[in-house]
Ligand binder design. Sequence first.
Ligand code: ACO
Length: 359
Amino acid sequence: MSDGLENVVAAHTVLSEVDGAAGRLVIRGFELEVLAGRLGVAAAAELMFSGFFDGLPRGPALAEALGKARAAVFTEIGGLDAGLLALSPIEAVRALMARLEDGDDLATALRWLVAPAVFTPAVIRARAGRKPVAPDPHLPHAADILRMLHGRPAGAAEAAALDAYLVTVCDHGLNASTFAARVVASTRAGLGSAVLAGLSALKGPLHGGAPGPVIAMLDEIGEAARARPWLEEALARGDRLMGFGHRIYRVRDPRADALKRAITRLDAASGRLAFAEAVEQAALAILRERKPARSLQTNVEFYTALLLEALDFPPDSFTCVFAMGRVIGWLAHAQEQIAGGRLIRPQSVYVGPTPQRAA
Ligand code: ACO
């Protein structure tokens, strides 16, 4: 048995490959560097869904279908009551998504693809006492998300940065949330159920819940000179440094650099970037000293935090934004699992007490 299923192969996939030794991510035959910053969300969804959904619209027709799906899902928001808004943003978004109809066709996939993108801005605004902004189905997906969040048209650089982020995180091998989605899909429970399983796994701080705490860490450190003592104290307490380490990568996560490139084009991030880089360098040096046996490098979450902060998403909603991108991967993996896979049902080894024989 392998602890945490490390190195266990649990699926064959045409969707993505993570090479942890080389620091390389391939998505459907393309290096990440070729896709991030050049493709929008609709084009990434087309690439990932191609061959998995009958009648998949192509090019501008898919962008239009996503716009229509956003408008349809927005009508499902209903009342954002106090009970719902008392939940964390990811839990509120999950509760709204759980009310959507499940199914296994393309229309279901498109509704569930846009659901985090529509519900997250509505929840963020409602938590701040503001009304949700309805989608504009004619806008590109990322630009419309920012418009629904801020209530004004997005700048081109902001929309491009969000596109770069969502495409960068759209798939990543058999990570914990994608595996959870595939397990549920293998039972034929429906695409929506698979997405909810993925979302629930993503929420954890060891997976998609890390970027919010990265901001908390940067805020607590405050200035570059305080980085080393702060980080040393955190490690001495037994804390993990958020935004560092990865199960697969032993070198730098290639997504960190893809996001850093996107951030450098955002004015709002310029003040923070130099400080964050200083904290990153201090953390890498300390991790090298304290954990020499394990190569712990910067992961995707560190620069995710800076990028989403510059786009004015509140830190406690960062995981919801991650879900807006990764949902593309969950849906494609769910279809791949349904098309070619059997029910996922591993074995366990019983190590509990032996039953007493009746006298
Ligand atoms: N800070 C300090 N020490 C760390 C860190 C870290 N960020 N990550 C791993 N380690 C240490 C562990 O304490 C352990 O040390 P030990 O052998 O002395 O006990 C050793 O490295 C191995 O740790 P594991 O938990 O076995 O490694 P695993 O492959 O399971 O962990 C994980 C991967 C969960 C991402 C881990 O690196 C971590 O907790 N990082 C911080 C949270 C984070 O950034 N998560 C986002 C990951 S990216 C993503 O999911 C999208």
